[in-house]
Design a protein around this ligand. Structure first.
Ligand SMILES: Nc1ncnc2c1ncn2[C@@H]1O[C@H](COP(=O)(O)OP(=O)(O)OP(=O)(O)O)[C@@H](O)[C@H]1O
Length: 296
């Protein structure tokens, strides 16, 4: 499989502080990877290493076969980068700022800039310093996407965007992925990436905790089922089913917490006169927080 990003023992220390500790991560082409972790986990450090802005203390980050820290020129046009703290030159208008970058990229399709600015309802005639935070962020988004790069590296991209614009942005990410591009997207909130990401990588205290498809995370998540029986619920039988974590009885209703598939439970109880089944959404957030807390 083609890997757009491949890091090996990628490590970054700032003085005595280890911001990133031996990261081994492969990202294949054509996916949206959600890079998740609490504050200070090392997400921005990883992103800056991938974008070639800082050098690793040890280990390597290879992007499209090029070393990210040494072969920046070969990568510049193929990467769209949006920093977490996007600050542009305040005295330039959006148009001036973007044309400066378009020049650096060696030319950009003007129509694509127009399309993006229209889509995000952005006025490029205004001085960047006079724009609201969300509108400034939009300038950063246009800058990252305008040269149609093969890889987008986005650090908390929806910061400051209102819900409508967040939705528009997610749509843009999906289209980008569907066009075969790769997206590396950092966030500290699962719900933000869950809707778009194919895979999530979870980082904690500089270390990679897990890489999983969103589907696998969902499959492993806890689910609550309320089973109504025609007579007294067969508690021992329910308890014995694989994946059943909790059981409480309320008259003829059994409240069950299951991890993974609920198929076996349903099959088991079907023969015992179940009259109603209510399934609650998988608690993805809880599964995710387990990884955050170090219990996953
Ligand atoms: N330039 C720097 N000098 C010293 N320490 C740094 C520097 N950059 C990052 N760190 C430290 O490295 C650790 C990881 O920081 P990083 O910004 O990568 O985390 P993060 O996951 O992006 O966090 P957040 O969600 O808060 O943005 C933190 O402890 C941070 O204080």
């Amino acid at each position: 499989m083609d890997h757009v990003i491949r890091t090996r023992n990628l490590t970054k220390r700032f003085g005595h502080r280890t911001a990133l500790d031996g990261l081994n991560l492969d990202v294949s082409a054509g996916i949206i990877l959600g890079y998740l972790g609490p504050n200070g986990a090392g997400k921005t450090t990883t992103i800056r290493l991938l974008a070639g802005l800082i050098r690793p203390t040890s280990g390597s980050a290879v992007v499209f076969g090029f070393d990210a820290s040494d072969q920046y020129d070969a990568l510049q046009r193929r990467i769209g980068y949006l920093p977490g703290d996007f600050v542009a030159y305040p005295d330039l208008t959006g148009a001036q700022y973007l044309s400066y970058f378009a020049h650096l990229y060696g030319g950009v399709d003007r129509a694509r800039i127009d399309l993006l600015t229209k889509r995000f309802d952005l006025d490029l005639g205004v001085r960047i310093g006079a724009l609201s935070r969300g509108n400034r962020q939009k300038v950063g988004i246009v800058q990252a996407f305008m040269h149609d790069p093969d890889l987008l590296i986005l650090d908390e991209p929806t910061t400051g965007l209102d819900p409508l614009m967040q939705r528009e942005f997610r749509e843009l990410l999906r289209e980008t992925r569907d066009a075969g591009r790769t997206v590396f997207l950092s966030s500290h909130v699962l719900s933000e990436v869950e809707a778009v990401a194919d895979t999530v990588a979870i980082l904690r205290a500089g270390r990679l905790v897990t890489v999983q498809s969103v589907q696998a995370l969902r499959d492993k998540a806890r689910r609550r089922l309320d089973l109504t029986f025609a007579t007294t619920p067969p508690t021992d039988l329910v308890r014995a089913v694989a994946g059943v974590q909790q059981l409480s009885i309320d008259g003829r209703v059994a409240h069950v917490v299951v991890t993974g598939s609920t198929a076996e439970l349903i099959k088991t109880v079907a023969a015992y006169g179940v009259t109603n089944v209510v399934s609650h959404e998988a608690d993805l957030e809880a599964a995710f927080l387990d990884y955050y807390d170090g219990q996953g």
